[in-house]
Design a binder for this molecule. Sequence first.
Ligand SMILES: [Zn+2]
Length: 293
Amino acid sequence: MSIVLLGVMLWKLVSADGSHSRENQINYSEFMAKVDEGDIKEVTLYLGQNSYDLWGRDVRSDRGFHLTLFKEAAPAVTEQLREKGVVVKIKEERSADWVLLLLNGLPLLLLAGFCLFLMRRVQAVGWRGTKWQPRETRTGIGYDLHRLEEGRPLIVGGIELPFDRGPVGHSDGDVLAHALCDALLGAARLGDIGTHFPDTDPKWKGAHSLLFLEHAKKLLADKNFAIEHVDAVVITEKPKLGPHFPKMREALGKALGIPAEKIHLKAKTNEGVDAIGRGEAIAAHVVATLSSR
Ligand SMILES: [Zn+2]
């Protein structure tokens, strides 16, 4: 934008430079004809070193015209004009061109400066509607645990993994999706997963948990929040989760409408300790960072 402004400014300067020297120059008889017709009622005589410049404004066309006079001819012409009732003002030679250029360009320079200031300001605090509001960053935490039972499908991060046990739960028991949903809702101060998808509601029985994330995405969008980053750790003794992370990140990112790069996943075991360590449960911790748009 500043390049465009600079271009406009240069154009303005160049056009200002050329406008008074050639385009509006007329000869003596043309000038006098305008005076006789009453189109020029006031003139200014600029006294230069070698020649004088006579300027008058045509009141009918509202354009300025000028005429270069020899010094010697100036007194007679001045006298003639006064006799015709024209007001004659005499001034020293007009300001040097660079002063004119500066005066012409100054408003544009100020405008360019203001635009730059505005751009910096928008980058710094963000623009929301017609009000300035500081950009806000929010963090939310989510945790979930499900018991594992034989013969149930193991779904983590929206992906079904080959395993002989799976989570017990009202929905599909996806600990990663549930903890992620809670982290997002927490960051946006929108309650938790139980508020929005109560396990007493038969509608959510066996529901695919990516649906919860799709709903969370809409809630965040309504509040003008954008998801900046998600970091998660899934704790289970078996199976190995690492090889499935790319697919999980894709599935979660698609449900949330964000690139998979914004989702970071880690896996842990519990070293054989407690229910998770004994393979009786699976758990996930998630931290999500949002920014207001
Ligand atoms: Zn859950």
